[in-house]
Structure formats: C-alpha cells, structure tokens
Design a protein around this ligand. Structure first.
Ligand code: ADP
Ligand code: MG
Ligand code: MG
Length: 893
C-alpha cells in the first residue's frame, strides 16, 4: 500500500528535509524541525504523489488516503489531548499547501479548521468567548474564500458595516457579542452566495480544504507562475494539516516572521517583525503596524513600540537559539514563522530566505569566512544574472517619480537625460556636454553612433530582440523599447503622451529594468563593486577553467571590460566604427565603387581612421589578446538611402548622382543576410582585407612601441562555409602582414582564424582547422542558419512555439543544445583533429548566458566572450559550470 501521509510532531517525524519532492518544501522542513526537537505543532503531510494521483485519475482521491488521514488525525488527537469534530476540547487545524519550491500562485492557507456552531462554544468555554468567535469568523471567511469561492471582499464589506454602525475603528474594539453577530451574517452570506449552508462537519471541512489545495495546483495563477519559473506541472503540491496554535489569545500571545540575517543587506543579525495578540495572516495583511523583534532594529528604525526582546525576553531568547540552530543546520539564511500562544513559543515554518543580490553576496562570503560553507558553495549560492542589478545605475527606490509610459525592460539600468530625436543630435549635444536620451520609433544600424553617445535609448516600437534592445544590451546601456503609448513624430520632433507634448531638451528618465518612462530627473544610485562582490569574483576566478573575454569596439567599452575583469577581446566588430561621423560616406564610396582603383581611393580614406581605432583599443588592452573580425555586414546596411545620402556620396566621389542610383540598384539584393556579406564580400573586394590587415598590423606595431606590451591580434574571417574561402582571404591577410612587418617595427605576431556560423563550416571543421588557427562560434548567426529562422522576424512565432511547448527556451537567448549545440560539439571534435592546439571560443550573445556558458564548459571551449557589462556574470557562470560539471560526474560515478 502506498504511503500517502507522513506525520510529524511530538519530537519525531516520518519525513525529513531530504523528502522535499514528496512532501513539498513546507512539509519537509516542518518534519525536519520536528526531528530536531524544535517546538512544532504536530500535524501531517499528504504527499505530492497523492496530488499527482488525483489529477491522473479524474480528480479522485487515491485509495487508502482516507484511512491514512484518519490514522494521522487520531495520532494528532492523542498528542494534543483534543478531539477533532466534538468533545470538550476541540482540535483545530490549519490546512496549508506546499509545493517543492514556494509558489505565490497557490491556495491560501485555511486556519482554525474544525470550528462549527458547537465547537465554537466549547472553545469559548476553555478559552474566551471573544477569541472563540473571532477565530470562527476568520475561519468562515478564509474557508469560504478559498474553498467555496465566496469573495473575501464581501466579508470585508460586512465587517466594515458592523464597525461603522458601532462607531469603532479597529477589530480589537469589537466585543464577543459583536463577533457572534458577525458570524451570523457571515453564515447567511455563504448560504446566499454559495447556495448551501456553511459546512458544519469538521471532516467535510477538512476534505473540502484538501481538495481545494489539490485544485489550486491547476488554477490560472499557479499555471502562469509555473510557466514563468520553469516549474514542471508534474511536481504537484503537498497538503499540510497541522494543529493550530493561537497567537491571538491575549497580550501574552503573538505571531511573527523573522530572518536569521538581514535580507536587504545580508548583515548577520536576527531581523524580523511581530504582532501581539494576532494570528498569522495579520502580519502579512499589513492591517496593523508590526513591531521589531530586536532592540537594535527598533532603535535603528526609531520606533516607540517595544521589541519582543524587551516584551518577552524569555521567548525571544528561545527563538534566537532556534534560529541560530536552524541556520547552522541548513547552512543558509533562514526565513521563519513563529507564534507565541500564552507565553509558549511555536515554530511554524522555516525555509531558505529570499534576499537582494547585495545581501546574497554578503551572506555567501561571510558564511564562507565563518566556515559554515566552503568557497565553492559560496560561489554556487549567487545567481549569475542577479549580478546585473549591481552593474548599472539604478533608481533610488525612495525617489518620487511620475510614470508617463511603460515599455519593455530591454536593457537594465536607469538613465536621465534630455530628449533627442535623432542620432546626429544625440552625438552633437553629447559633444557639447549634454546628457541625452535618444528617443526613436525604432533604431537601425546607422543610429549606432547616436546610441553610443546617448545615455539611454527609448523606442515606441520593437520587442526584446529588436535592434535597439540587442545593441543597447551589448553596450550595457539602459533601454526601454516598444513603449507603444508614446506617439513619436520624427517630422515635428515631438513625443506625445497622455495629452502632453515633449520636445528636444525636455528631461525624462527611463528604467531599463522595469520598462518605466518617467518625466523629469529621478535620483539614482551608482553601481558599486563592493568588497563582497570583488571577493566572490576572486573565488570564482580561482575555480573557473574557461577564460572570459568581452565583445568591444570602442576604447570606452574595452576599458569597462578590463575593469570588469575581461581577459581579452573576443570580438571587435570593425564595421561598427564605420557608421561613425563622416566615415560612413567613405564607406559608401567604397561599397558602390565600380572598380578596384576607386575602391582603393575610398579605402585609403578609411585606413588612418581604422588604424587609430585599433591603436586605442590595443593600448587599452595592452598585452591581452584581441580578436578583430574583418568587415562582415550585408551590403544593404551601407548603401546610401534617399536623395540626400545619394547626393552626399556622389559629391564625395565626384560621380553623377543618376549613375550612382543605377549602381545602387545593381547592388541591391533580395536576401541581403544571405547575400554578399562576410568573406564573400572580402573575396569580391580583396582591397578590403588588405586595408584592414594593414590597419591592424600597423596599429599593433605602434601600440607595441608605445606600451612595450605587444598585443597578439587575432584576425577573424566571418561567414566562412568552405575551406577555399578561408584560404583565399588568409592569403591576402598573410601577404599584407608580411609586407607591413617587412617595412615596420617591431614584427607583429598574429593569428588568422574564422567564425563558425554556418552549418557547413561546423560540419567541415576538420579541414577548415587545417588552415585556421582559431574558431569563434558566432552563435547568433549559427542559430539563425541552423534553424533557418531570422532573429529579427522571430518574435511573433517563437513566443507561440513556447506556448505550444515546441521549444522550451528562446534559442537566441539560451543555446539550443540539441541542434546548434550538437554542431558546436561536432566542430570542436573535428576541429581539434585538424589542429590539436586549435583555440576555441564563443562570441554570440550566448556568451553571456549562464546556461549557454555551462554548455560551453561541457563542450570544452577555451573562452567565452560577451558584452563588457556581462563579464562578471560570465566569470561567475564559468566557475559554476566547473563545479556543476564536477557534481554531475560524481553523481553518475
Ligand atoms: P504562506 O505560505 O502563505 O506563508 P502558511 O501556510 O505558511 O502560508 O500560513 C499562513 C500563515 O498562517 C502564516 O503566518 C503561518 O504561520 C500561519 N499558520 C499556518 N498554520 C498555522 C497553525 N497551525 N497555527 C498557527 N498559525 C498557523
Ligand atoms: Mg508561510
Ligand atoms: Mg555573424
């Protein structure tokens, strides 16, 4: 016979904390506390398996459950010396749901179950009448709300009325008779709304509540919550039935919640609140202002209400002892619930407490220093992406704000600045010393310079993977996108929202973490890499195997990357700098050039500019490796658009605008992303790799002379699918480098490698590696080309796919291990066969995603490269990947 019910209390328990899957978090920890000998009101837990059975069998309770519940109830009655459903001392219980991880979407707890018209009178005899009827009305209210579906507002309305007619402000002023009256009205309400009298038999009440807990597993709130937090439906929920203890039995009774350490700062000090003469839900409901547990917290908050420490020193000392014991036992900060009934302390719940990132860092590092956990465990305790919060300025939570619109939280951090509507103005005004927010319908690659200059970016169109969002995240720049309420007019340069027009120069604030758009300037807190943060990073660095590099083009980004601990640049996209200033004109000239000679003359204008860029980058990265990708993007991103741009380029070239228009038509492709881009363009126009190689090697020579620490440039050829493509571009690079090295000093060592971003390249990795010295997996393109999905167009159907369960995660965020990952694994193996010392890295957006980083560790890559602001996240994730891999292999061994 399956065991569906596990008892706890009276100094022992059938369950333990290891049985979380079966008993849920709450049940497992109640059992654990009971076995530790802590004062836990006795009770029993119905397993998650019973819930699963219930759903698998047309909502039937499993066979044997009734008998097992009866047996557990009998045990409970014996321990308590009370009886459930009659007798002089009525046994009252709470019914509490509890899944494996705590889930706010689940059923609310029902307290005081077992009360009815008879037992309330018995309770009144043994305790007091006012208390008994107050408890009864609470029970009717909670039970009817969560089990019978009578909205609790309807009860609140009655209470409100009763208070009004009696002219009292709070419930404490209501007398026993008042409560008797209210109970009558509550029962009448249930009768009317529910269409049947309030259930009187305690066993009916109990099974009603158990059924309601099971049903709540499938309510809309719970389903949404599960989807958002990747909780499988198959987990099910447990039900805890537990003898009631009362914090509302007078001035010697109380109820409260506490953390073993401060959940906001992580400081090692008991932190909590309580209410005198109250039942559990009162603390959460916030109807009364709670008092502080400790004297220290009370004085710090300047509160006049006495602390528990002074009010009930004995119970406080006992609670403190229990909480220390629990923290030591669980080896983590605990979040606890307790109740004091007539001077006697009871523990009602414990769990690992939620905390801010700052607190998490403090707690993990101090616990390691206290010797409670190891450094490795400390490293495992921090969710890598939570570090994001600490790496950007954030709005001061205390500051006042006027929210005028909401969009998508596309890139975290907050920014205040003057509105500008064009990238040029953004650039111009920034140079003049203004701080600006670039406000656009949407952004395009040409807006890069303006985006670089702006403090933040706001768009009214586009989703989380729109150009603005992706680029802003890459730059670590606050961005709110798709704020549809904003009417942005680029002709008149106005932004209209809520009937008000905003113009250039008007101040706004955006919060890229919440998507809020606010009027004016809102006070901020600057990011600060605190001592604990730095300490944890050192531990992570000691553990990780993979190196962490950054994707960066500008010296500012490179500096930020170094500050955050990057060990090189994994991807410098040379074309980004081409969109700047007047360079774009020369760039366009080069693209539309009809012969090699005019192309060379355009490139000659670009050479010194590129060289200067590289020089600054190499100076910043002194000594560290820098991977530079040769020109990659599709042609159409550079073609002049509109009369103005055409005229501009025609003039620079000394060409006829009409002729130029024809040329543009010739170059227009129907599928530019799969057209003449990457190495195809480099092969069509070898003058491009020639110029770029020259710029790289000359800049490296110059930097070496200036710093004495030569960088090793790694020149990367994009979009290679065939060995022949790579070999031919490499020949151009080598010839040029040889020439430059022959005529300048010092001689620069360099490597030539390729991006692996086409399935064919992945499959033919062995022969490509025979010529290439390194591979960098360009997983953005590799994902697009493997799936045949364009990232820019994917938003509409990928979410749908997730809803349908076709895919679990967005493959552009977390690497698709089965498909794209298999190609990577294949090319790692094949590539190393072609060249044993082949250097392997990843430079797509996945390089900053912890789950993808775990994959990279397993695949044996040498480094990951991500945006500068993700570097600490990647360092931590790379360390966790090593520990995770070790744990996984010791578990299978
Ligand atoms: P939640 O998960 O929402 O915290 P709980 O099941 O922990 O729900 O219960 C809600 C409140 O009721 C808590 O304050 C808890 O301490 C209190 N409570 C639950 N069971 C009992 C009980 N047997 N006796 C007294 N208070 C209880
Ligand atoms: Mg609780
Ligand atoms: Mg690419």
């Amino acid at each position: 016979m399956t065991k569906w019910v596990y008892s706890f209390g009276g100094g022992e328990a059938e369950g333990s904390r290891e049985m979380r899957n079966l008993l849920g978090g709450k049940g497992a920890n109640l059992a654990e506390m009971a076995s530790l000998g802590l004062p836990v009101p006795p009770g029993f837990t119905i397993t998650t398996e019973a819930c699963n059975f219930y759903y698998a069998n047309g909502q039937e309770m499993p066979e044997g459950l009734t008998e097992q519940v009866e047996a557990a109830l009998a045990r409970l009655e014996e321990i308590q010396g009370k009886s459930f459903g009659g007798g002089e001392l009525p046994l009252l219980v709470s019914v509490r749901s509890g899944a494996r991880s705590s889930m706010p979407g689940m059923m609310d707890t029902v307290l005081n179950l077992g009360l009815n018209d008879d037992t309330v009178e018995e309770l009144a005899k043994s305790a007091d009448r006012r208390f008994a009827y107050d408890s009864y009305r609470r029970f009717i209210q909670m039970y009817s709300d969560v089990v019978l579906g009578v909205d609790h507002h309807e009860f609140e309305a009655i209470l409100e009325e009763e208070r009004d007619t009696r002219g009292v402000a709070g419930d404490t002023d209501l007398s026993a008779d008042d409560w008797v009256e209210i109970v009558k009205r509550f029962k009448a309400l249930v009768d009317e709304v529910h269409g049947a009298p309030f259930p009187q038999a305690p066993r009916d009440q109990l099974w009603g509540a158990i059924g309601a807990v099971f049903s709540s597993w499938m309510n809309a709130r719970a389903i949404t919550y599960r989807r958002l937090h990747d909780i499988p439906e198959s987990w099910g929920t447990a039900v805890n039935v537990q003898a009631m203890v009362f914090g509302n039995m007078g001035e010697d009774s109380a109820t409260g919640v506490a953390f073993t350490r401060d959940p906001a700062t992580g400081e090692k000090a008991l932190y909590g609140e309580f209410l005198i003469n109250a039942q559990g839900e009162d603390v959460v409901a916030g109807i009364r202002t709670p008092q502080y547990l400790t004297e220290k917290a009370r004085t710090e908050a300047g509160s006049d209400s006495p602390s528990l420490e002074t009010l009930m020193p004995e119970q406080f000392a006992e609670f403190l002892a229990h909480s220390n014991r629990l923290e030591e036992h669980y080896r983590d900060m605990q979040d606890m619930e307790f109740t004091i009934e007539r001077g006697r302390l009871w523990m009602l719940q414990t769990r690992n407490g939620k905390r801010t990132t700052r607190a998490a860092l403090k707690i993990a590092t101090s616990m390691a220093e206290e010797g409670l956990i190891s450094e490795e465990e400390a490293v495992m305790r921090i969710e890598p992406t939570s570090l994001d919060q600490l790496l950007h300025p954030t709005l001061d939570p205390k500051a006042e704000r006027t929210v005028i619109a909401r969009g998508l939280p596309a890139s975290p951090g907050a920014a205040s600045g003057e509105i500008v509507f064009s990238p040029d103005r953004a650039d111009f005004l920034t140079k003049e010393g203004h701080t600006v927010i670039l406000v656009r319908l949407e952004t395009s690659p040409e807006d890069i310079q303006g985006m670089v200059s702006a403090r933040g970016i706001l768009t009214s169109r586009g989703g989380m993977t729109s150009h603005a969002a992706v680029v802003a995240r890459g730059m670590g720049k606050p961005c709110v996108c798709g704020a549809g309420a904003l009417k942005i007019d680029h002709k008149t340069n106005t932004m209209l929202v809520m009937g008000k027009a905003y113009h250039e120069g008007d101040l706004i604030t955006i919060d890229g973490a919440t998507g809020e758009v606010m009027e004016g300037r809102v006070a901020m807190l600057q990011p600060e890499v605190s001592g604990d943060f730095a300490k944890l990073m050192v531990w992570a660095d000691r553990t990780r195997r993979m190196r962490v590099r950054a994707n960066a083009e500008t010296p500012e980004d490179a500096r930020a990357a170094r500050d955050f601990g990057a060990e090189g640049i994994g991807l410098c996209r040379t074309e980004h700098t081409f969109f700047q200033d007047d360079r774009i004109v020369a760039m366009r000239e080069m693209i539309v050039a009809e012969d090699a000679e005019s192309r060379r003359s355009a490139l000659a204008k670009l050479l010194p500019l590129q060289r200067q860029d590289f020089l600054e980058l190499f100076q910043t990265m002194r000594g560290l490796p820098v991977t530079i990708r040769l020109l990659d993007p599709p042609l159409h991103e550079f073609l002049p658009k509109g009369e103005h741009e055409i005229a501009e380029v025609a003039e620079a070239m000394g060409a006829d605008p009409a002729r130029l228009r024809d040329r543009i038509l010739e170059l227009t492709e129907s599928n530019p992303m799969l057209g003449s881009r990457g190495c195809r363009l480099l092969l069509l126009h070898p003058e491009i790799p020639e110029m770029q190689t020259r710029a790289i090697i000359e800049a490296a020579q110059h930097a070496a002379r200036l710093t004495g620490e030569p960088v090793v440039p790694e020149i990367m050829v994009p979009l290679v699918g065939m060995l022949g493509e790579f070999e031919r571009v490499k020949a151009v690079i080598d010839a040029t480098a040889k020439e430059v090295n022959a005529s300048g000093e010092p001689k620069i060592e360099y490597k030539v490698g390729t991006m692996i971003e086409l399935p064919r390249a992945a499959i033919r990795a062995r022969e490509i590696a025979s010529a290439a010295e390194f591979f960098s997996f360009g997983t953005n393109d590799l994902t697009q080309t493997t799936f045949g999905i364009s990232r820019d167009d994917a938003a509409s159907f990928l979410t749908h796919y997730q809803e349908l369960g076709i895919i679990e995660k967005d493959p552009f965020v977390t690497i698709d291990v089965d498909g794209v990952g298999a190609l990577i694994t294949l090319s790692v193996r094949e590539g190393r066969m072609g060249r044993p010392d082949l250097k392997l890295g990843i430079c797509g957006e996945h390089g900053g995603d912890p789950a993808s980083i775990r994959f990279c560790e397993d695949a044996g890559l040498d480094y990951v490269s991500c945006s500068p602001y993700r570097v600490p996240v990647a360092r931590l994730a790379a360390a966790q990947a090593v520990i995770g891999k070790k744990t996984a292999s010791s578990e299978t061994a």
